[in-house]
Design a protein around this ligand. Structure first.
Ligand code: HEM
Length: 417
């Protein structure tokens, strides 16, 4: 559905009127049966209440410095002339950020091993074959050591072993003052006073790690693309960033209107997922003259809604100003879905995008190495830029001031990643 009136109806459905976890069962082999994405009803609500707080308000803002530090570390070796694939670096930033948020881990063997396992798993599931294998259990059968199914299972097992090892170690040495999500989940008790089992913890951890990093990495890569594709957008953004001064904190950066509008427009023009997970009706429903029976699967088409000319004139043009000129309802602009399933990490993803972009743009002068408009390809369940956005570091800014005073160190010879 791409009519806001229909989407409003869809997003207003309660847990007794429609199920989403049931429609997401296809992700069960990867995420596990206890994942919040696969639950419905009371269990779903309970898990959401547990998972939401760290991604909002003060708790989220406490991660501002971490996001900026990680961005600095990941880009530390960018030198004038170096050619980069933006997506690889954005993926590294978002993976490190989510691992820190979820586990409070940022170094050591346990961290490095889990990170490597996750990266390898994501690279495989991003390919067409790997994606299909991840979705269909019959393809996960072991048809010999090098069959896709055996490979998928080995990788998944590698991640599970490390997640369970982390959970075991934390059960033994848990400290009271931790703020990471694993700590919160381990403290939580259900109505009967019971804590979450290791299996439940594993499923929520993998869900957050996978849902929280591929998406943000793709959004950041697209944002870099549009900023460098359109000189007037870049100039206006740099002027806004310069107006803040060098000692601005994360909250001040996150409030910048034009930076916010760029992030919104990025997620409008190429939303990371084309449709929301479908809602399976449990009761009959009429939508704009159409009658649907129980078990009908209805989804909002984010992509088409975002390209409606009645809402977004010249929809194929990247125009951040549209978000400064008017506001859009949750049924007109829905990159994070909506209703009782709206993305848990929406505020966090936007915060991370803004801080990472500001950190990169105030330090580096970059240029696109894409001679033609970049197309989208499917990467797992997301829509991503083909080729990952090739760019070149023109130079490191020696100081950050208004754009006409910007100085950069010129590029010597090129280098490619
Ligand atoms: C730009 C980044 C992101 C985009 C575009 C995005 C998009 C979405 C969308 C479209 C949904 C489905 C909502 C619906 O059914 O209506 C969703 C759900 C979800 N997202 Fe995100 N997401 C992003 C980042 C994150 C991050 C950073 C996290 C966690 C740390 C996260 C965790 C989740 C979870 C757990 C759900 C399932 C919610 C539920 O079923 O109740 N996402 N996301």
């Amino acid at each position: 559905m791409s009519d806001p009136q229909a989407i409003e109806q869809l997003f207003s459905l309660t847990a007794t009127q429609a199920e989403v976890g049931r429609a997401n069962q296809i992700l069960q082999p990867t995420l596990g049966e206890h994942s919040v994405l696969l639950l419905d009803g009371d269990r779903h609500q309970r898990q959401r209440h547990l998972l939401m707080p760290p991604f909002h308000g003060e708790r989220m803002r406490a991660y501002g410095d971490v996001i900026r530090q990680i961005t600095n570390q990941v880009t530390a070796e960018w030198q004038a002339g170096r050619k980069i694939v933006a997506r690889s670096f954005m993926q590294e930033i978002s993976l490190q950020v989510i691992m820190q948020t979820v586990f409070g881990l940022d170094q050591g063997d346990r961290y490095t091993n889990l990170k490597q396992n996750l990266q390898a798993f994501l690279e495989v599931t991003a390919t067409r074959l790997g994606f299909v294998v991840a979705l269909f259990p019959f393809l996960q059968r072991d048809y010999g050591a090098w069959s896709p199914g055996a490979r998928f299972n080995r990788m998944k097992q590698g991640i599970d072993d490390r997640l369970y090892a982390e959970i075991r170690s934390r059960r033994q040495t848990e400290e009271g003052d931790r703020t990471d999500i694993l700590h919160l989940l381990m403290q939580a008790r259900d109505e009967a006073g019971q804590p979450m089992t290791d299996g439940e913890l594993r499923d929520e951890l993998i869900t957050l790690l996978l849902a929280g990093h591929e998406t943000t990495a793709t959004a950041l890569s697209w944002a870099l693309y549009w900023i460098h594709q359109l000189p007037e957008v870049k100039a206006r953004l740099l002027a806004e960033l310069a107006s803040l001064g060098s000692d601005a904190d994360g909250t001040a950066i996150a409030r910048l209107p034009y930076l916010g509008a760029i992030c919104s427009e990025t997620l409008r023009i190429y939303p990371i997922t084309m449709i929301t997970p479908p809602r399976i009706l449990t009761l009959p429903m009429a939508v704009m003259g159409y009658e649907f029976e129980p078990n009908a699967m209805l989804a909002a088409c984010i992509y088409q809604t975002h390209r409606r000319p009645d809402l977004y004139p010249e929809p194929l043009q990247f125009k951040p100003e549209r978000f400064l000129e008017r506001s859009f309802s949750p049924y007109e602009y829905l990159p994070f879905g909506g209703g009782n399933r709206r993305c848990i990490g929406a505020a966090f993803a936007l915060y991370e995008m803004k801080l990472a972009l500001a950190t990169i743009l105030t330090q580096f002068d970059l240029q696109l190495l894409e001679p033609r408009p970049v197309k989208t390809i499917r990467r797992g369940v997301t829509l991503a830029p083909q080729g990952g956005i090739r760019m070149q570091v023109v130079g490191r800014r020696s100081s950050f001031a208004a754009p006409d005073q910007l100085t950069t160190v010129p590029a010597p010879v090129g280098r490619s990643d």
